[in-house]
Design a protein around this ligand. Structure first.
Ligand SMILES: Cc1cc2nc3c(=O)[nH]c(=O)nc-3n(C[C@H](O)[C@H](O)[C@H](O)COP(=O)(O)OP(=O)(O)OC[C@H]3O[C@@H](n4cnc5c(N)ncnc54)[C@H](O)[C@@H]3O)c2cc1C
Length: 443
């Protein structure tokens, strides 16, 4: 019997160096590639006060999906988008196309994970092949059971680094050859009303409006991501990363890999593999090590999200008790009008570009929680709507970490002192003080 596979793309929007896609192409005779639409949940809408995804995040995602769709077209295939991320729609599609195998990344978000579980429970004969397609490590690599994940990052990192072969990654996965689309779909697309073909020739609706209000700092898609890492490692930035990474702006002060990593346009294995090549050629130092160190933070939050499930989104100090004053402060924070100049500059940068430095994120989060007395989840939810590099595990994990959840110490930053350290001449603050100057991003 012919095997029909369905590849469900979530945060692994890439064609090459996609081990799971290569596996699917090897195992099935016909393949349907579908992308999950970008959406924010009612929980996030409620906590952020926003009813849609910000234009920068949406545009980056659209470009990434289009880039992937183009790679499908190059092999005379099509990439589809689901009309919704409801399990019912997915189940309907599986039944209509007589799918036997589903391939999907092990997403750290509990909603995404449950969707696949629901499909599997309703269709017990379906084979679900789900691997860690967006992390450095696989479940089997972990030197501990997931329910015994170390509480502290340092302990986690040391255990991983002790198994040194885990991080000696040499990548060699050729671009896959796609099986053809199932005949049933090719002959009549109308039989699957819950999906539509991604048309790469249509101009994105929002790109025009974006030019009026902000700056697209990053171009979505695997090709743009590969161009970015190639360019990054062509320079000597990696050899100075540790000294520059905390800067509030400057495109080369930190790697800016995060948007492509978040959507899976780039695999972290590609980055580590390229980093190793750079070290072989130009030598390793504390800075090149530190890029790996930061990628291990990403890894830590991924596994923490997997271990926590829904608990990642809870706050024992429920915000119902919070006053309307806190809500008003939250709205001012979102707009960059808190009267804490460093935080306002960061928030205006986020709104104008969809990006904020790591230092900026820490200060903005600390201010919302400790100066303005808001529920940390409001801020996490707002970041979710805006960040081009939004990643459920890194975002909610970092916020809960600063808020001192999970038995961790709280992280309250002294904004005055941080301004002295990271913006002593107030250049960054000035750049964003006047919203008319939003386009002046430091290069
Ligand atoms: C409140 C808050 C929210 C955040 N939300 C996100 C998010 O939604 N998505 C996201 O990718 N990162 C998030 N981060 C982590 C970090 O701020 C960004 O990864 C980083 O700023 C991206 O810029 P870069 O690629 O130049 O980072 P670099 O400094 O160059 O770091 C290299 C890579 O390491 C990883 N990394 C670095 N720092 C962290 C960290 N603290 N936690 C997890 N991974 C890290 C990223 O993948 C990054 O691309 C958040 C941090 C905070 C404090």
């Amino acid at each position: 019997m012919r095997k029909i596979g369905l590849y469900y793309f979530t945060n692994d929007l890439r064609f090459t160096h996609n081990e799971l896609l290569a596996l699917a192409c090897d195992q099935v005779d016909e393949l349907i590639g579908v992308v999950m639409p970008i959406q924010i949940s009612p929980f996030v809408q409620h906590h952020s006060g926003e009813d849609q995804v910000g234009e920068h995040r949406l545009l980056f995602w659209q470009r990434s999906v289009e880039d992937l769709a183009r790679q499908f077209e190059d092999q005379n295939q099509s990439l589809f988008i689901m009309r919704s991320s409801e399990a019912g729609d997915l189940i309907q599609l599986i039944k209509t196309c007589q799918v036997s195998n589903i391939y999907c990344n092990q997403h750290p978000g509990s909603d995404e994970y449950e969707l696949i579980q629901e499909a599997q429970e309703s269709l017990p004969n379906i084979k679900v092949i789900s691997t860690n397609n967006s992390t450095l490590l696989d479940n089997a690599d972990l030197p501990f059971e997931l329910n015994k994940l170390p509480k502290s990052f340092t302990r986690f990192r040391k255990l991983i680094e002790a198994g040194s072969e885990l991080l000696n990654i040499i990548e060699h996965s050729p671009a896959p050859v796609l099986p053809k689309l199932p005949n049933v779909l090719r002959d009549n697309l109308n039989i699957a009303p819950n999906i539509s073909v991604i048309n790469t020739s249509e101009k994105s609706q929002i790109s025009h409006s974006l030019n009026q209000t902000g700056v697209a700092l990053f171009k979505g898609g695997e090709n743009a991501g590969i161009a970015h890492i190639t360019d990054y490692f062509r320079h000597s930035y990696a050899s100075h990363y540790k000294q520059t990474r905390n800067a509030l702006d400057g495109m080369s002060h930190s790697t800016k890999f995060s948007p492509w990593l978040a959507l899976g346009c780039l695999s972290p294995k590609t980055i580590v593999s390229t980093l190793r090549q750079y070290e072989d050629q130009y030598g390793s130092n504390e800075s090149t090590y530190w890029i790996q160190f930061e990628l291990l933070w990403r890894e830590y939050f991924y596994w923490r999200a997997r271990a926590s499930g829904h608990a990642l989104f809870t706050n024992p100090q429920d915000s119902h008790a919070l006053t309307t004053e806190a809500k008003a402060a939250f709205n001012r924070w979102k707009m960059g009008n808190t009267n804490y100049p460093i935080v306002d500059a960061c928030m205006r940068e986020l709104n104008a570009t969809g990006y904020m430095s790591n230092r900026g994120r820490q200060l903005a989060a600390s201010c919302l929680i400790y100066e303005l007395g808001c529920d940390w989840r409001w801020g996490a939810a707002y970041f979710e709507t805006q960040l081009v590099d939004y990643d459920v595990a890194s975002n909610w994990g970092n916020w809960s970490y600063i808020a001192g959840m999970n038995g961790q110490q709280t992280r309250h930053f002294d904004l005055e002192k941080q301004t002295q350290m990271y913006d002593p001449q107030h250049e960054f603050i000035q750049r964003w003080a006047n919203t008319n100057e939003m386009h002046q991003i430091a290069k």
